[in-house]
Design a protein around this ligand. Structure first.
Ligand code: GDP
Length: 297
């Protein structure tokens, strides 16, 4: 993908600038770090995130004892790579859903980001892990959204609980979870209404739904194309409903992917899954290490 092309190019340039002799110093890292900074900004990573990242790379590069035989250019890229992994919450592989019985997963996010699709994908993902599932449709503002979930459920053979558009989202969510307990399913996924922008009514409703069903996971669905705004978006949702993680969608597209670097930095919460296509199968656990090596090319 086009994503991060410029970062891998600028890393190469940075390595050439540093060369293979001597050690890393504040002085010889100055231009190379500017290259990385420019590439991150081009990839739509927000400025404060970029600033903190560059500072950490510099600190770590200067503070790490270099092993014998490791040239400074290699040391530099290794440091950038480690910081990228850290930034995305690395260390222990992909982050799973929180345990619970039933597992209650609340989906949050703006309209059009792929939230309903992600709900269906998660249901299929759980089904493949031999967990039974119930989907709950609470977007009472858009009948089309309820229909969409019903169709997705039918396609993957997962039941969908809905009460039309005349009942409040809180009531539907509560009844949905009761139904899940009655059916004895392992997991219930509550899809919610999104808006085109962050909006106080949407947040209030999400808070109410969350308080009513006490989910094990509250997942923010973020479109990878969001760009710089991703940082503000993640912050707003996290402050309002204390998310447990994120799903980054449309990673198969031509996005610059900067959102991948903002989620953890801004919220302290991990990206748990990535959406890589429109099909129900197109959901993958998120591995910071893999993402970092993909970014660095
Ligand atoms: P919602 O309004 O957030 O519920 O968004 P939808 O689930 O209806 O998705 C909006 C559009 O994005 C639909 O056309 C989906 O097929 C598409 N979509 C969702 N996830 C992905 C993805 O990971 N990759 C691609 N290429 N398209 C996606």
């Amino acid at each position: 993908a086009a994503m991060f092309d410029s970062l891998s190019r600028s890393i190469e340039k940075a390595q050439r600038l540093i060369g293979k002799s001597g050690t890393l110093t504040a002085e010889n890292m100055k231009e190379p770090l500017k290259e990385v900074r420019r590439a991150l900004l081009e990839a739509d990573v927000s400025l404060p995130v970029v600033r903190r990242f560059i500072k950490k790379v510099e600190e770590r590069a200067l503070g790490t004892k270099v092993l014998e035989g490791v040239t400074p250019d290699v040391q530099f890229i290794k440091t950038v790579s480690n910081e990228l992994i850290d930034l995305m919450g690395g260390g222990t592989g992909a982050k799973d859903l929180e345990p619970g019985f039933p597992q209650i997963i609340l989906m949050a996010g703006l309209q059009g980001v792929g939230k309903t699709t992600a709900a269906g994908k998660l249901a299929l993902y759980l089904k493949k892990a031999k967990k039974s599932c119930l989907l709950v449709a609470t977007d009472v503002y858009r009948p089309a959204a309820i229909d969409q979930l019903v169709k997705l459920g039918a396609a993957i053979d997962v039941p969908v609980f809905e009460m039309g558009t005349d009942v409040s989202p809180v009531e539907i969510a509560k009844r949905g979870v009761e139904e899940a307990r009655r059916l004895g399913v392992d997991a219930v996924i509550v899809d919610t209404a999104g808006r085109l922008q962050v909006d106080e009514d949407m947040m209030a409703e999400l808070r109410d739904v969350k308080a009513a069903v006490r989910p094990s996971d509250t997942l923010l669905v973020v479109d990878a194309m969001t760009g710089q705004e991703a940082a503000n978006l993640v912050r707003a949702f996290n402050q309002a409903v204390d998310i447990s993680g994120a799903i980054l969608t449309k990673m198969d597209g031509d996005s610059r992917g900067g959102a991948a670097l903002s989620v953890r930095e801004v919220s302290g919460k991990p990206i748990k899954f990535v959406g890589v296509g429109e099909k129900m199968e197109a959901l993958e656990p998120f591995y910071p290490e893999r993402m970092a090596s993909r970014i660095l090319g």
